[in-house]
Ligand binder design. Structure first.
Ligand code: SF4
Length: 364
């Protein structure tokens, strides 16, 4: 069993109390996992919650000494491990010619991933009772930390600078779902084409399954190497409760879309998020992951982390034992297959920072 994987799992489910340490302070709100910052532990850079309410009550904290060295400690003050914090990237100090800070357009995730949310609004967010209950996509708009819509040229400008100044290795683009039957694939393709004109960087796009599968070809032709379409949760009653709007897209539709996408992007270049801890049993998560791996889809299992201001902000995270059980089984399935986090061209599964799965995959 991966000892580092277990420690990272423990930190990701409990969070860590962070006494305002320097460096890249991470992010709050927005799409996907959030309220966290990047920490490097034993060579692995992972995202650990530091801003949600659970982390304030965590049994772990980050402490720094007079020299600035950072250590992970228990609440009782016992040092566990030295920890690296990532520096603010150089591109954060830049702005576009019309005065928009680059950090409002894209952020550094993990150690070397540039990430952006192209559309910060979502058709499913109009009514909170209809939206994905864990999501905070529109929250970062409220205090003007980001833009409603990033244009292809803005993203391309920031990507070029992030590669040149900070050695960024890949671009992850996600989006709120627009009210169009391409489900966001069009803005993904337009933005990828603009980025590729300026800088050679592997790109993952993330969107809901488009109605017409021709969009998979169009995204690929625009320069997108990997695609994420996110199930999030899987049992029927859990889907209805957690994804009241998005569950109108059936699991069967997702599986059809996965097959069509794998035919275009290749085995192991399509992935999905599975948020563990919202009601799906370990058996469901493991069976679903096995099915996905068979299709050539990487099941990126992450622990649900409650985000401040969402309907699930008081929902508990899963236990470490639950996550370790799921990771161990899914990692074994991945090791027996032809797909892996490492072999992905780009994307969250390649970055891996929001999960300990890749640490179990490689038995660190
Ligand atoms: S796994 Fe995805 S969301 Fe998490 S830090 Fe990496 S790129 Fe960002």
């Amino acid at each position: 069993m991966s000892e580092l994987g277990r420690l990272v799992t423990e930190l990701q489910v409990h969070g860590v109390a962070d006494h305002a340490l320097p460096g890249n302070r991470g992010r709050r709100g927005g799409a996907g996992p959030s309220d966290h910052r990047a920490l490097t532990i034993d060579g692995a850079t992972v995202m650990v919650p530091v801003y949600n309410s659970a982390s304030k009550a965590s049994p772990y904290s980050l402490e720094s000494d007079a020299s600035g060295a950072v250590a992970l400690a228990t609440k009782e003050g016992d040092a566990l491990s030295s920890v690296g914090v990532t520096a603010e990237p150089a591109f954060y100090s830049l702005s576009t010619a019309d005065g928009i800070p680059y950090r409002s357009i894209a952020l550094l995730h993990g150690r070397d991933v540039l990430a952006t949310t192209l559309l910060q609004t979502c058709i499913r967010f109009r009514d909170r009772s209809d939206s994905c209950q864990f999501c905070a996509i529109e929250q970062s708009l409220e205090d003007a930390r980001t833009l409603v819509r990033k244009t292809p040229d803005q993203v391309a400008e920031v990507a070029e600078a992030a590669v040149r100044l900070d050695g960024v290795k890949q671009l992850v683009m996600t989006t709120g779902t627009p009210n169009s039957d391409d489900r966001g694939a069009r803005v993904m393709a337009e933005t990828a084409a603009a980025v590729k004109r300026r800088v050679a960087i592997p790109i993952q796009a993330q969107c809901e399954p488009p109605e017409d599968p021709i969009w998979f070809e169009r995204m690929k032709q625009a320069g997108i190497a990997s695609l994420g379409m996110h199930l999030e949760v899987i049992e029927p009653d859990v889907r209805r409760r957690i994804l009241p709007g998005k569950s109108e897209i059936s699991l069967e539709q997702y599986y059809t879309a996965f097959e069509q996408a794998v035919a275009v992007f290749g085995r192991g270049q399509v992935s999905t998020y599975l948020l563990a801890g919202l009601g799906d049993s370990a058996e469901s998560l493991i069976q679903c992951s096995d099915k996905l791996i068979g299709l050539g889809v990487y099941p990126f299992v992450v622990p649900f982390v409650p985000i401040s201001g969402t309907p699930l902000e008081q929902h508990p995270a899963p236990s470490t034992d639950f996550m370790v059980q799921v990771y161990t089984a899914v990692a074994a399935g991945l090791r027996d297959s032809d797909i892996s986090a490492e072999a992905m061209a780009a994307g969250c599964a390649k970055c891996g920072a929001c999960s300990a799965l890749s640490l179990f995959e490689t038995e660190h």
